[in-house]
Structures are given as structure tokens and as C-alpha cells.
Design a protein around this ligand. Structure first.
Ligand code: DX5
Ligand code: ZN
Length: 222
């Protein structure tokens, strides 16, 4: 398969926020590729999480790029704020944007990569107007809003469609319920950027867990 390299992106939603900087360093030492930053606005999803002041602090401490996942109804306004704070990629949800091509272009003008996320109930066809413009597609494998939920295997066919039917050659990220038993199926389907929150930060040794997840993903890809 011609997918880009495997990248492991621990989600900070599951870090001990009282020891945030220690968490960053632990997964960095374990070989993580990105820090996944989940931003929730209490409207698009029924939860609130990390906002601008915390992302600013993370950007100051982090040695890895910040992969900002905006679960918000107004990604243009907030995307710009996170871009200015040093985000590397800003991902918005297709469910709240009428013109994804224009949104991707706006993000690139801000100097960040453009990611487009899709929730489990949304059909893959909704992504069609975005595919030529997105650097990354994020296929959600849980309904967003909370860490620690169970992986929804039915979404794997979206990844297969993106790589197969649509020939999408950019990054495909999966997010939600990714752990030792599920990461192999994600990589085998064609996903290459793999987010894990509770599976990494809930492990006794989060750094070692990053390595275990990477090995399983690489083995599954063959
Ligand atoms: C869910 C978030 C995820 C979440 C994943 O709304 O977008 O990034 O942190 O957590 P786990 O890996 O625990 O399912
Ligand atoms: Zn996320």
C-alpha cells in the first residue's frame, strides 16, 4: 500500500493536566510524532476541553508539532487563533463547513496544514469536495466529545474507500478507541496517523506504549 509513514499522535485529552509538561516529555521520549490537541466548544460536542491559553502553554513546552482537532462550530475563527499560537495542523469538521475547499485554503494561508474530520454517522461522500484540498483526512472512530470510548469498526470502510475508490494519497488519521487491540486494523485499512488518548496516557509507561502501538501498526501494514 502506498500510504505515508505511520505516525503516532498521543491525545492530550487523557494527560494528567496537573502534570502536563511531564506528559509531553514522556511521550516525546517514547518516540511520539505529534501531540494531538482536542479542542471542544460545548456546542459541536457536549463537552468542553482545551482552550487558547492552554494551547499556548503546550506550544511553549512541546518539542513536537501540534495536531489541533477542532470540535467546534466556528473553526475559521478559532483556527486562526490556534494557527497564531503555533499549531502545525488545524483540523475542522466537514459537518459544520459549507465550503471545505475555501476553508482549507484559508488555513493554508494562515501557514498551517489543513485537516478535514468526519464523524461516524456522516457518509464518506461528504468529503468529496475536500479531497483535492486537504492535507489530511481525520476519520473519527468514535462519536467525538470524550476520551475512553469504544472503537467503531464500521468506519474502517471509509478509510478503505479513501485509499481505494478515491485514491487519496495524503495523511489519513484515525481518532477514538485506538489501542493495542484496534490499531492494527486501522493501519491495515490505510490509516497512517493514529491518535491514542487513554491507551497512551492511561498506560503505566506511556512512552513504552507509544512504541508498542507503532510496532503493531507497522506490522499490520506489512
Ligand atoms: C474524542 C477525541 C479523541 C480522544 C481519543 O472526542 O477527539 O482525540 O481524545 O481518546 P481515546 O484514545 O481515549 O479514545
Ligand atoms: Zn481528537
Amino acid at each position: 500500500m502506498n500510504a505515508p509513514p505511520i505516525q503516532i499522535a498521543p491525545s492530550l485529552l487523557s494527560v494528567d493536566f496537573g502534570r502536563l509538561a511531564d506528559g509531553l516529555r514522556t511521550v516525546e521520549a517514547g518516540g511520539a510524532d505529534l501531540h494531538h490537541v482536542d479542542v471542544m466548544d460545548g456546542h459541536f460536542v457536549p463537552n468542553l476541553s482545551i482552550g487558547p491559553p492552554v494551547v499556548k502553554a503546550i506550544a511553549r513546552e512541546a518539542k513536537l508539532p501540534l495536531d489541533c482537532h477542532l470540535m467546534v462550530t466556528d473553526p475559521l475563527t478559532y483556527g486562526e487563533r490556534f494557527a497564531k499560537m503555533g499549531a502545525w495542523c488545524v483540523t475542522f469538521h466537514i459537518e459544520v463547513v459549507d465550503d471545505p475547499a475555501a476553508m482549507c485554503a484559508a488555513l493554508r494561508e494562515m501557514g498551517v496544514r489543513a485537516g478535514v474530520a468526519i464523524n461516524p454517522p456522516t457518509p464518506v461522500e461528504r468529503l468529496e469536495p475536500a479531497l483535492e484540498h486537504a492535507d489530511m483526512i481525520l476519520v473519527m472512530s468514535v462519536n467525538p466529545g470524550f476520551g475512553g470510548q469504544s472503537f467503531i469498526p464500521e468506519v474502517l470502510s471509509k478509510v478503505e474507500d479513501l485509499r481505494g475508490r478515491y485514491g487519496f494519497a495524503g495523511d489519513i488519521e484515525m481518532d477514538g478507541g485506538i489501542a493495542l487491540p484496534t490499531i492494527g486494523a486501522c493501519a491495515a485499512a490505510g490509516a497512517n496517523v493514529l491518535v491514542a488518548g487513554s491507551a497512551v496516557y492511561g498506560a503505566d509507561d506511556p512512552g513504552a506504549r507509544v512504541g508498542e502501538l507503532r510496532r503493531l501498526a507497522q506490522e499490520a501494514r506489512g
